[in-house]
Design a protein around this ligand. Sequence first.
Ligand code: COA
Length: 143
Amino acid sequence: MIVRRCTKDDLEAIYKIEKESFSDPLKKETLERDLARDSYYCYGLFDTELMTFVSYEKVFDEGQIISVATAPCLRRKGFSKKLFEKLTELAKKDGVAIFTLEVRSDNTAAINLYKSLGFKEVGVRKGYYENPICDAILMDLQL
Ligand SMILES: CC(C)(COP(=O)(O)OP(=O)(O)OC[C@H]1O[C@@H](n2cnc3c(N)ncnc32)[C@H](O)[C@@H]1OP(=O)(O)O)[C@@H](O)C(=O)NCCC(=O)NCCS
């Protein structure tokens, strides 16, 4: 297994997992544009194919997490945690001092994942998400 930064050649694989993972997935065109931007970072854990990815926007020394998803058949096997741990190392070397994110308050899997990585809850945005309406939990991780 290897961890590497994704390129435009990984677009289809990222989009497949994105579609399988979110009720309101990013459009393929948006992902394609993002992958071409210098401040957009998407790292994947690859075996024979992409297993899990994490994307973030780098704004000065802040990494704003955009998307995190593991292929449905590969969940709960520690792959996302493994990728995140490697990513944290790489991002730190690249000058990221803090990761920030927002997560639906009903997304127990993701909240547990972030807590297991050391993310702390720092705020709540009431009724931030729709379909169904739900709070956003704000979390961050100092690197
Ligand atoms: C959230 C998600 C990325 C986790 O990926 P994963 O590869 O399955 O996570 P891991 O196997 O690395 O799990 C690491 C830890 O996260 C927590 N966790 C992961 N899935 C969980 C679940 N279904 N229920 C409760 N805790 C869970 C656990 O603490 C787990 O450690 P453990 O297995 O030793 O208890 C995955 O469930 C997913 O793709 N969900 C859909 C997309 C999504 O909601 N993304 C987050 C948007 S903010």
